[in-house]
Design a protein around this ligand. Structure first.
Ligand SMILES: Nc1ncnc2c1ncn2[C@@H]1O[C@H](COP(=O)(O)OP(=O)(O)OP(=O)(O)O)[C@@H](O)[C@H]1O
Ligand SMILES: [Mg+2]
Length: 230
């Protein structure tokens, strides 16, 4: 479904990714683990199109994404939940979530909202409240729900657990399982390998802008956990 091949990303003189190749097949949940600065977000951002690559290519459902705008990539079916649980602070929870339900009719928006509320009751309880007033875990739920609101076939989650209390990690994990049950394909990054390894089928261990190991979760588990403490 997603093929990243030989990707190089640079920020001025800093090389963030060097020759990175990652594949995500339909129905899989693939994990990118690695310490601070490993290049996880750079890879995600190159896929959504907010960061340019200087070499390599990204292909989604057989289409080369090179030269496609961020907006067109989103409409092609790539959902994205950013690192640091960014929400529109002064907008209501409902409007935050519906901002992600672009390009679908009111009926589909309604269905998406109802389904998301069934997975996250907090959304219904806080729907009229400005998102900026919520706790960190609640804001992560809003960001996650926004990414899901258009039911993208491919969902990119950048550190969905970062800084969250165990109860919210469990909540987000349950939601990811609900998405997996719907057939959503997921590529997620995490520094916190432990809870993420429970959700993924395959993973890549990154360090210094390169992929160091890859394989089924059972095979990379020990390397991934060691990386967590670097
Ligand atoms: N906008 C930027 N300008 C300059 N350098 C950047 C920029 N964004 C990232 N970098 C650098 O690129 C490298 C990879 O960063 P990236 O954010 O992709 O890593 P990461 O694995 O997502 O890290 P983290 O776990 O902290 O989110 C790092 O050396 C980082 O300092
Ligand atoms: Mg990052």
């Amino acid at each position: 479904m997603l093929i990243v091949e030989g990707l190089d990303v640079r920020y001025g003189g800093i090389t963030a990714l060097r020759g990175v190749s990652v594949r995500v097949d339909e129905g899989e949940t693939v994990l990118l683990v690695g310490a601070n600065g490993a290049g996880k977000s750079s890879l995600i951002n190159a896929v959504i199109g907010t960061v340019p690559s200087v070499a390599g290519f990204v292909r989604f459902q057989g289409r080369d994404l090179g030269g496609m705008t961020v907006d067109r990539r989103a409409r092609a079916g790539i959902g994205y939940s950013p690192e640091g649980r960014r929400v529109f602070a002064s907008m209501s929870v409902l409007d935050n979530v519906l901002a992600g339900a672009f390009g679908v009719g009111r009926q589909r928006q309604r269905e998406a909202w109802d389904w998301l509320c069934s997975v996250f009751p907090i959304l219904a309880e806080r729907q009229a409240q400005p998102a900026g007033q919520l706790s960190g875990g609640q804001q992560q739920i809003v960001a996650f729900a926004r990414a899901m609101a258009s039911f993208p076939p491919l969902l990119l989650l950048d550190e969905p657990f970062l800084g969250l209390a165990p109860v919210w990690i469990k909540n987000i994990s349950d939601a990811i399982r609900a998405l997996q049950a719907r057939g959503t394909t997921i590529l997620m990054t995490e520094q916190m390998a432990r809870p993420a390894l429970k959700l993924a089928t395959r993973g890549y261990v990154m360090r210094g802008g390169e992929v160091r190991r890859e394989g089924p979760v059972g095979v990379i588990r020990d390397v991934a956990l060691a990386e967590e403490y670097l």
